[in-house]
Write a protein that binds this ligand. Structure first.
Ligand code: CMX
Length: 435
């Protein structure tokens, strides 16, 4: 057995015993109380899920196994002379719960490189779609077409002991992560680069090779891709994409089915699609003003117009966060180092000065600060990746790391099928009137 898989199994056995103990001793202890409002309003603030890979603090932002984004940028392995962390290292951290050594990240690069072959029929399926199909739709369909490769689905249909589920799920998760960059690059090159494809470069790391297959071989773009793939990977368990993968996986749908479902959630404009909306929104602002760097008064007018039209300001707000997203800050730091004079980036920074007080003024927006999506597009545009409809696919490739590590944990801990209780408004009215 691969040594990382062995380590994961040992950690899972250990935690599994802890959970058993916890449930035996404290299973009936109350964690929370649920209000009528929470039931109607997206279950905000209800603690009802366990996700081992990361934990979100409303003020400090995301921590992956206790490590913040600035700490990860410092402590995770990098390529020689590299400036940004290797996502392989983050995956190891989320899966095993300990910081990896360089050789662990290298090992994952090699394993994923070896497993990265995408079957021909997946490309053939994508080729059948109208070229203007949204890249996220193509991505979801590509993942579904790849489900033919699920070792879990095959083993389940052949008949396996439930104690072995985790092992097959793990194999599927590793294969899927390995194949996603190739699938995503295929979609990108088919739609935007005349269907001319670039072969993988086996000497490169997972994110570096992804950048290469997309057609961007600049060193600082590769660094951006490593950072991008790291910071978008996980945001605890309740966000739409992570929760969906967990929910669908709880029915023992294999990782291809579960992950494709999560990607359909990520494709929503209030979740991952916001990154494309941000660039579209800024481009419209520029068009209205005839180009150039808009001043603060011009931005303010545009923001107010957006709100008056009953639209949200994309890239701002969050269901849990209550401060500027550290993923926004990490990208801002990257931009200050690599592209401080880029005009679009400077617009993003100016928007950051203008939007929060306006949203605060509304009195209802719980978090007026920028989220991850407010910055990512401007960086990509700088390097020439201007096709903003593709941005959520990049988010999705990264998100696979967190949600699939989590899915491995779900099966290793033998979590049951998820099935919360729902009620009708009739039931609610009877309840509140004491009937
Ligand atoms: N612009 C305008 N209004 C906003 C707003 C924004 N950026 N953020 C929140 N609001 C509004 C909500 O629409 C809601 O209005 P109504 O009561 O009229 O329906 C009100 O403020 C209260 O919302 P909230 O409790 O602060 O926020 P929610 O938890 O309901 O929603 C989110 C969170 C992210 C969907 C919301 O802030 C939003 O729509 N933001 C813009 C889209 C975006 O950037 N999404 C990406 C999030 C990160 C990610 O998942 O990738």
């Amino acid at each position: 057995m691969d040594y990382i898989k062995e380590r994961f199994k040992a950690k899972a056995d250990e935690l599994g015993a802890d959970v058993k103990d916890l449930l035996k001793q404290h299973g009936s202890k109350k964690l929370d109380e649920v209000t009528v409002a929470q039931t109607y309003q997206g279950m905000r603030g209800v603690t009802g899920l366990v996700s081992e890979t990361s934990l979100l603090d409303p003020n400090d932002g995301i921590r992956f196994r206790g490590y913040s984004i600035p700490e990860l940028r410092e402590k995770l392995p990098r390529v020689p002379d590299g400036s940004e962390p290797l996502p392989e290292g983050l995956f190891y951290l989320m899966l095993i719960g300990e910081l990896p050594e360089e050789k662990d990240a290298q090992h994952l690069s090699n394993v994923w490189g070896r497993r990265s072959q995408v079957p021909r029929h997946v490309f053939n399926t994508i080729d059948k779609l109208p070229p203007d199909t949204h890249p996220m739709t193509q991505f979801g369909i590509g993942i579904m077409a790849m489900q033919t490769e699920s070792v879990f689905a095959k083993a389940y249909s052949d008949g396996i002991n439930k104690k072995e589920y985790w092992s097959y799920m793990y194999e599927d998760a590793m294969n899927l992560i390995a194949r996603l960059p190739r699938l995503a690059a295929y979609i990108y090159r088919r739609k935007y680069k005349g269907n001319v494809h670039i072969e993988p470069d086996a000497s490169l790391d997972w994110a570096g090779n992804f950048a290469h297959m997309l057609g961007y071989d600049d060193d600082s773009f590769r660094a951006l891709m490593r950072l991008y793939m790291t910071i978008h990977a996980d945001h605890e368990g309740g966000n739409v994409s992570a929760h969906t993968v967990h929910l669908v996986g709880s029915a023992l749908s294999d990782p291809y089915l579960a992950f494709a479902s999560g990607m359909n959630g990520l494709a929503g404009p209030l979740h991952g699609l916001a990154n494309q909306e941000v660039i579209r929104w800024i481009q419209q602002l520029r068009e209205e003003l005839g180009g150039g760097l808009p001043n603060k008064a011009e931005i303010e007018k545009y923001v107010r117009k957006t709100l008056d039209e009953g639209k949200v300001v994309p890239g701002y707000g969050h269901a849990v966060l209550r401060k500027t997203d550290p993923r926004f800050t990490a990208q801002m730091e990257f931009a200050k180092k690599h592209l401080p004079d880029d005009e679009l980036v400077n617009i993003v920074w100016r928007v950051y000065e203008v939007v929060p007080p306006i949203l605060q003024e509304l009195g209802k927006v719980k978090n007026p600060w920028p989220n991850v999506d407010a910055h990512s597009g401007a960086l990509l545009v700088h390097y020439g990746l201007v096709e903003y409809e593709f941005y959520t696919v990049l988010f999705g490739v990264s998100r696979a790391l967190g949600v699939l590590a989590s899915l491995c944990w779900d099966r290793a801990l033998a979590l049951p099928i998820e099935r919360p209780k729902s009620v009708t408004t009739r039931w609610m009215k009877d309840f509140v009137s004491g009937k």
